[in-house]
Design a binder for this molecule. Structure first.
Ligand code: ATP
Ligand code: MG
Length: 225
């Protein structure tokens, strides 16, 4: 589904990714681990076409994202849901409205919004918080809404960049469970994180990057840095 073929990405003098080759298969749950500055977020921004590599190819379902036209990026983005560490919910909108808004901006009809949003809220376990505003929700709940929002287009791929970074361990574990459930329902998931204990418990594929290079790729792996 995703193939990195000898991808190098620099920012000025900084080599953020160096000759990275990696294949991610459909329905996989992959944890991407490594210390701060290792290149995790860079890898994610390359997948969504936000950054372009200096060299190498990045294929997503046979589209070369490294050479994609700017105008085609919105189509790519519809296949991919993204969740970031800093959640950025709309403050003046309820949980329901935050999810609905993501559908509105992409031109969904009101009918389907009314039908889909409750289902998505239920999926993330927050149907009872539909009317809550962000300041009335916990960090973990807000992160669930961010995940709900990323799911509105029924993406084939979900990218989560440090989704548990600001959460305590219980809430973080709940978020991981939610990502596993989403994966079970047929979405490929890439989770970038430092959270060693969490990744150990997941027992899925773990790719470790160090200074822009993949140093380990383990099935049911463990975090080693
Ligand atoms: N826009 C940018 N301009 C210049 N350098 C950048 C930029 N983005 C990232 N870098 C550098 O590229 C390297 C990889 O950064 P990246 O954000 O991918 O790391 P990371 O693994 O996500 O780290 P963290 O765990 O702290 O989020 C770092 O040295 C970083 O300073
Ligand atoms: Mg990062």
């Amino acid at each position: 589904m995703i193939k990195f073929d000898e991808v190098t990405k620099t920012y000025g003098k900084v080599i953020a990714l160096k000759n990275v080759s990696l294949e991610i298969h459909k329905d996989e749950f992959l944890s991407l681990v490594g210390q701060s500055g290792a290149g995790k977020s860079t890898l994610i921004s390359l997948i969504i076409g936000e950054e372009r590599p200096d060299s190498g190819r990045i294929l997503i379902d046979d589209i070369d994202v490294a050479r994609i036209r700017r105008t085609d990026i919105p189509f790519l983005r519809r296949k991919i849901g993204v969740v970031f560490q800093d959640i950025k919910l709309l403050r003046n909108r309820t949980a329901y409205e935050n999810v609905a808004f993501a559908m509105e901006v992409s031109g969904e009809k009101n009918n389907s919004i009314r039908k889909e949003v409750p289902k998505i809220l239920e999926m993330v376990g927050l149907e009872d918080k539909a009317k809550a505003f962000p300041h009335e929700m916990s960090g973990g709940e807000k992160q669930r809404i961010a995940i709900a929002r990323a799911l509105v287009h029924k993406p084939v791929l979900l990218l989560a960049d440090e989704p548990t970074g600001n959460l305590d361990s219980i809430n973080a574990w709940d978020i991981i469970q939610l990502l596993l459930k989403i994966n079970k329902n047929g979405t490929t998931v890439i989770l970038a994180t430092h959270a060693k204990d969490l990744v150990n418990s997941v027992k899925k594929r773990v790719v470790t990057i160090e200074k822009g290079e993949i140093v380990l790729d383990q099935q049911k792996g463990k975090y080693v840095l």
